[in-house]
Design a protein around this ligand. Structure first.
Ligand code: ATP
Length: 218
């Protein structure tokens, strides 16, 4: 059992094609709400049978590193990129569970849109036995789950007090009232392909890298 508020470790997975302020600012707000000291960002490997990201694994990793550089909240972990297999979140969580042991409070951060589709994730029913779920707001998505039984599942596992997340290894869902950022990687790729400005959507360091690498051009 954790006895210190510093012990909850949060993981944040995504394709990050490219990483943007909707990711970074939401997670910083979540860190404040959930009293997180450490967030491990996990760029995922997109399996060959799925539509491939525009940027390579190496480029997506570099963009994430640039976006979080200098912020001690974040570290970047490339275990999903280094695997050839699909990035099943449950499989990744199991590797962290093995490393940190059964008592370590672990959390996985997602956006509201991902909460709505979580029931489609591979072995999703195992997720809460491996970690807590921390959900950031994202505009345009409802906060109630329409699929049968899912709203009850959400309400059964919801906690409203962040300190409870630090006192058990897994099993709870925390919906934080984080600011809403109407930003998506899709929108950024479209704007870049159309030569439209997107300076307010992602860090300058990432945008400079995108331009240097000639990414997302039509
Ligand atoms: P795409 O537009 O290519 O689908 P995306 O912008 O949704 O990408 P992902 O890398 O797929 O970004 O998302 C990684 C995680 O970040 C997911 O849990 C997603 O819900 C969350 N997320 C992405 N954008 C936002 C946002 N604007 N606000 C809150 N959460 C977000």
């Amino acid at each position: 059992m954790a006895d210190s508020l510093s012990e909850l470790i949060a993981l944040y997975g995504g394709t990050f094609d490219p990483v943007h302020y909707g990711h970074i600012k939401s997670v910083i707000a979540m860190a404040k709400a959930a009293q997180l000291k450490q967030v491990i960002v996990l760029p995922n490997n997109v399996p060959p049978h799925r539509p491939q990201p525009d940027a390579s694994s190496e480029q997506r990793k570099t963009m994430v590193q640039l976006a979080v550089a200098g912020n001690p909240l974040f570290t970047v972990d490339c275990r999903e990129l280094e695997r050839d297999t699909p990035s099943w979140t449950v499989a990744t969580l199991e590797t962290f569970r093995r490393e940190y042991g059964p008592e370590q409070p672990l959390a996985f951060i997602i956006g509201q849109d991902s909460l709505l589709t979580l029931h489609k994730w591979y072995q999703h029913e195992k997720i809460l036995s491996l970690c807590h779920l921390l959900v950031c707001r994202r505009p345009g998505y409802p906060l109630t789950l329409p699929e049968p039984g899912r709203q009850q599942w959400l309400e059964d596992n919801l906690v409203t007090e962040a300190h409870l997340l630090h006192q058990s290894p897994c099993g709870s869902i925390f919906l934080a009232d984080t600011p809403e950022y109407a930003i998506s990687a899709t929108e950024i790729r479209t704007r870049l392909a159309n030569n439209s400005p997107c300076d307010d959507l992602l860090p300058d360091s990432v945008l400079d890298y995108i331009r240097r690498e000639h990414l997302y051009q039509s």
